[in-house]
Design a protein around this ligand. Structure first.
Ligand SMILES: NC(=O)c1ccc[n+]([C@@H]2O[C@H](COP(=O)([O-])OP(=O)(O)OC[C@H]3O[C@@H](n4cnc5c(N)ncnc54)[C@H](OP(=O)(O)O)[C@@H]3O)[C@@H](O)[C@H]2O)c1
Length: 162
């Protein structure tokens, strides 16, 4: 199973200056629940933004970093130099593609599921994710309102490929 897990604003932004443009602990919790114990695949830039934020890779998950750089070092992660190499290394795993924009584009034609958090705000971005909803069946949808800890309302939409 290959799943894309992504949060976008209403205008499709996922990131700005290599950071996620909102802070939604509720979405981080959902991300953790979905991915812990599984394999995550990310681009080198997303890997670097995780290390900047946490100081280490995502705990309790196998982390694979995609880069074209030879001899790229990512402690406690595995490194792959192509989409095909990453797929080969993760055969049989539940693979969660966790970004960013370049890696979502690579994964979209192969994905079985999309776990999409729609963040109810319009924001400036320099990285975007869009997909054609007509190719996907919405199997679950839950809207949650903003509160004192979560600055925006969001809708968790789970899609499966039709
Ligand atoms: N909202 C969300 O759900 C979410 C989730 C994750 C990330 N983000 C955001 O997304 C942004 C980053 O996205 P991005 O598109 O700029 O970067 P990215 O996808 O994280 O990483 C891009 C890098 O991946 C490597 N790469 C890409 N295609 C490759 C291929 N075919 N083979 C081997 N390596 C390949 C290259 O690394 P090298 O240059 O080292 O070769 C490339 O520079 C950030 O703002 C981040 O915060 C948002």
């Amino acid at each position: 199973m290959i799943a894309i897990i992504v949060a976008t604003s209403l205008n499709g932004a996922i990131g700005y200056l290599n950071e996620i443009p909102w802070y939604l602990p509720r979405d981080l919790k959902r991300f953790k629940e979905k991915t812990v114990g599984h394999t995550t695949l990310m681009g080198r830039k997303t890997h670097e933004s995780i290390i900047k934020r946490l100081g280490h890779p995502l705990p309790d998950r196998r982390s694979i970093v995609l880069t074209r750089q030879k001899n790229f070092k990512a402690p406690d992660c595995e490194v792959a130099s192509s989409w095909e190499e990453a797929l080969e290394a993760t055969k049989g795993d539940n693979l969660f593609v966790i970004g960013g924009a370049e890696i979502y584009s690579l994964a979209l034609p192969h994905a079985d599921k999309i776990f999409h958090t729609l963040v109810h705000t319009v924001t400036l971005g320099d990285a975007y994710f869009t997909f054609d909803p007509s190719a996907w069946q919405l199997v679950n949808s839950e809207r949650v309102e903003a509160d004192e800890k979560n600055e925006f309302a969001c809708t968790f939409n789970d899609y499966e490929r039709k």
